[in-house]
Design a protein around this ligand. Structure first.
Ligand SMILES: NC(=O)c1ccc[n+]([C@@H]2O[C@H](COP(=O)([O-])OP(=O)(O)OC[C@H]3O[C@@H](n4cnc5c(N)ncnc54)[C@H](OP(=O)(O)O)[C@@H]3O)[C@@H](O)[C@H]2O)c1
Length: 279
């Protein structure tokens, strides 16, 4: 742990709850690797306290913060300015404080795309089939559409899919029950539901219908290898795990707060993954 001086830069992650967050471990790894005079701490803030807490961090000289559930929409409203990534996603996960102002961005979509590319998957190879319509699906959909990639969405609750398509008009919505039938028309499948996550049922999908060049990305990262990713590998398809998205989404914030472009590499992945393994 680097020794802090009076000049230490301070950042953290705001959530409620926040104890499950791996972000302090992730940023802590980089702070130590780059011997930075700074700290990144968990900040458990109730929804009703969110706005005064952020203003307090600003007043206390923090350089910024990550924002996680349930505050990402509130953060969007609070910011003095938001960049196009946040504008498209309608939510903010990264706050940068500068000259008394709060700038917001959403790095989830960027992290998703960076992770795909790190796995040798070109998102522009063809249209994407996106499962889910929650906060993460919104960020992924916005990022893919922002790259000019066609996106079809399927979600258990069709009203949620249509609400997303209302905000992102280029989205094509299909019924949840048609997800397996739609596979042959897509080059990328993304699970952005919580299905397959520890404690949740697995995603039911018939990968037999996939074409051999389909890439399968799961943004769920607990467990690291979800039933969907195991099935994709068993079918000879390229599988992209969700942990990389978490690692990459942290890069822009760290760079803005601590002035170093951090590297996502095998040592970082091992360190964060060690905290996800059972037992
Ligand atoms: N890798 C990363 O960096 C990263 C980042 C963010 C999130 N995530 C993961 O992504 C997952 C979704 O997160 P989120 O923030 O988007 O959650 P969320 O806003 O609560 O959305 C959950 C989504 O899962 C669907 N769902 C839940 N249970 C289902 C079921 N039994 N059958 C079918 N669909 C179901 C919901 O459908 P309905 O609309 O029908 O409820 C909704 O589309 C979580 O596992 C989270 O850990 C990963």
């Amino acid at each position: 742990m680097p020794i802090l001086t009076g000049h230490a830069r301070l950042a953290g992650i705001i959530g409620w709850p926040v104890a499950h967050s791996r972000s302090p471990r992730l940023h802590g790894f980089w702070l130590e690797r780059y011997a930075i005079d700074g700290a990144y701490v968990p900040l458990a803030i109730r929804p009703e306290d969110f706005v005064p807490a952020v203003r307090g961090l600003l007043a206390a000289g923090f350089v910024g913060a990550n924002v996680t559930s349930p505050h990402k929409r509130a953060a969007f409203t609070l910011c003095d300015s938001v960049d196009p990534s946040a504008q498209r996603a309608g939510a903010v996960n990264t706050l940068v404080f500068s000259d008394g102002k709060i700038a917001g961005s959403n790095t989830d979509g960027w992290g998703f795309l960076a992770n795909l590319r790190a796995h040798g998957v070109d998102p522009a190879a063809g249209p994407a089939l996106l499962l889910g319509a929650g906060g993460a699906a919104r960020a992924v959909a916005a990022a893919l559409l922002g790259e000019g990639i066609g996106v079809t969405i399927a979600n258990r609750t069709s009203e949620h899919a249509h609400a997303l398509a209302h905000d992102l008009p280029d989205l094509r919505v299909i019924p949840w029950e048609r997800r397996s039938d739609a596979l042959p028309d897509h080059a990328l499948l993304v699970n952005a539901t919580s299905l397959g996550m520890q404690g949740h049922p697995p995603l039911q999908l018939d990968l037999v219908r996939a074409t051999p060049n389909l890439a399968v990305a799961d943004i769920v990262y607990v467990p690291l290898e979800t039933p969907l990713l195991s099935a994709a590998t068993a079918h000879g398809l390229r599988a992209v795990e969700g942990l990389g998205m978490l690692l990459y989404q942290a890069v822009p914030g760290f760079r803005a707060w601590f002035g170093v472009e951090p590297e996502v590499d095998a040592a970082l992945r091992r360190f964060v993954a060690a905290d996800l393994l059972p037992g």
